[in-house]
Design a protein around this ligand. Structure first.
Ligand code: HXC
Length: 292
C-alpha cells in the first residue's frame, strides 16, 4: 500500500509507543523507513520494544525515553534531550488512560487520573514539540488518537470522553493557528481495536469480542491492527499535506450506526423484511381505496 521509503529521513515520536496501538504504529513507521522515538512510563517495556523493532529492521533507530506525560517539566526535559540528538518531524499523541465506571462513583482524583494524561499530557507534548518546530521553521505533522465519543459522548467513560473531546478541539484550533508554519494536526478516532491494556480496562468482564461487535458494528468485527497502522502512515505522510484539522474515524461505521433511526433493523432477516413490505403495501392499498 505504501512505498517502502515513504518515511526515509523522517523521525517521529510516539507516546505510549512501547505497547498496544502505539507499538503497532511504531512498527509501520519503521517498516516504511522512519527512525522513531517512543516514550512511556515503563522504561523496561520501552527498551524491550525498541530492541525488538530495531532487530527486525536493521539500519533503523528506535530511541526509548521513560517519562510521565502528566508532568509538564518532565515532558519539556525529555523533548529537550530528544532534540539534542536531532529534531522530530512528527508526533503521535497515543498515550491515554481510561477505565469504565459509573460517573457517580468517580472521585476528583479519578477524574484527574484520566484528564491529566489525555488532556493535559497531550497538550504538554504537542506544545513542547510545536514551539520548537515554529522556532526552527520546520514542517511537521501531529496525529492524536481519539475515539468517536468526541462526537457522541459516551456513558461510563466520561473523563476520557471529555478529555478526548478537548484534544479534538486542540487539533482543530492548532491546525489553523500553526498551519501557516507548515505544521498540520489531525486525529484518528479508532473504534474497537482490542489491545491488552485497553481491554483490561474497557472489557473487564472479558465478554467475547465477536459477540459484542457482530451485531453492533456494521462490519461485524473489531478492527485489525494493520488497518490502524495504515491510517496513521497515510496521515503522517507528506503526500497528504493538505489534510489538516480533521478527526477521522476508523471503526467500521460503528460510531454512526446507533444514530440511524432504523439501525435496530440491522438484526432483521429476509422474513422480517417481507412482512414489513407486505404491511406497508397493505397500508398503501387501504389508503388508495379510501381516496378513490
Ligand atoms: C473508579 C477508579 C478506578 C475504577 C482508579 N480509580 N480506577 N475509580 N473505578 N475502575 C480511582 C482511584 O480510586 C483513585 O482515586 C484515582 O482513580 C487514581 O487511581 P490510581 O490508580 O492512583 O491512578 P494512576 O496510578 O494514576 O493510574 C491511572 C489509570 C491507570 C488511568 C487509573 O489505569 C493507568 O495508568 N492506565 C494507563 C493505560 C490505560 O488506561 N490504557 C487504556 C486506554 S484505552 P482515589 O480518590 O480513590 O484516590 C482508551 C480509549 C479506548 O483510552 C477506546 C476504545 C473504543
Amino acid at each position: 500500500m505504501f512505498r517502502s521509503d515513504l518515511f526515509a529521513g523522517k523521525r517521529f515520536l510516539i507516546t505510549g509507543g512501547g505497547t498496544g496501538l502505539g507499538r503497532i504504529m511504531l512498527e509501520r513507521f519503521v517498516e516504511l523507513g522512519a527512525d522513531c522515538v517512543i516514550c512511556g512510563r515503563r522504561g523496561g517495556v520501552l527498551e524491550a520494544t525498541a530492541k525488538e523493532v530495531m532487530a527486525k529492521h536493521p539500519g533503523r533507530r528506535v530511541d526509548a525515553f521513560p517519562v510521565d506525560i502528566r508532568v509538564a517539566t518532565a515532558v519539556e526535559e525529555m523533548i529537550e534531550q530528544i532534540w539534542a540528538t536531532g529534531p522530530l518531524d512528527g508526533l503521535v499523541n497515543n498515550a491515554a488512560g481510561n477505565f469504565i465506571s459509573q460517573t457517580k462513583d468517580l472521585s476528583p482524583r479519578a477524574f484527574d487520573a484520566i484528564a491529566n494524561i489525555v488532556l493535559h499530557g497531550t497538550f504538554y507534548m504537542t506544545n513542547a514539540c510545536g514551539k520548537r518546530w515554529i522556532a526552527e521553521k520546520r514542517k511537521a505533522s501531529v496525529i492524536s488518537i481519539l475515539t468517536t465519543w468526541v462526537w457522541t459522548g459516551s456513558p461510563f467513560v466520561v473523563p476520557s470522553a471529555m478529555s478526548k473531546a478537548g484534544v479534538a478541539v486542540m487539533t482543530q484550533s492548532l491546525a489553523v493557528e500553526w498551519g501557516r508554519y507548515g505544521i498540520r494536526l489531525n486525529a484518528i478516532a479508532p473504534g474497537p481495536f482490542p489491545t491488552e491494556g485497553a481491554w483490561a480496562r474497557l472489557n473487564p468482564m472479558k465478554d467475547d469480542d465477536g459477540d459484542r461487535y457482530r451485531a453492533r458494528n456494521p462490519m461485524g468485527r473489531v478492527g485489525k491492527p494493520g488497518e490502524l497502522a495504515n491510517m496513521a502512515a497515510f496521515l503522517m505522510s507528506d503526500e497528504v499535506e493538505y489534510i489538516n484539522g480533521e478527526v477521522i474515524a476508523i471503526d467500521g461505521g460503528m460510531g454512526i450506526m446507533g444514530n440511524g433511526t432504523f439501525s435496530n433493523m440491522m438484526a432483521y432477516g429476509e422474513d422480517d423484511w417481507r412482512r414489513i413490505r407486505e404491511q406497508i403495501q397493505s397500508t398503501n392499498a387501504t389508503d388508495k381505496a379510501k381516496r378513490t
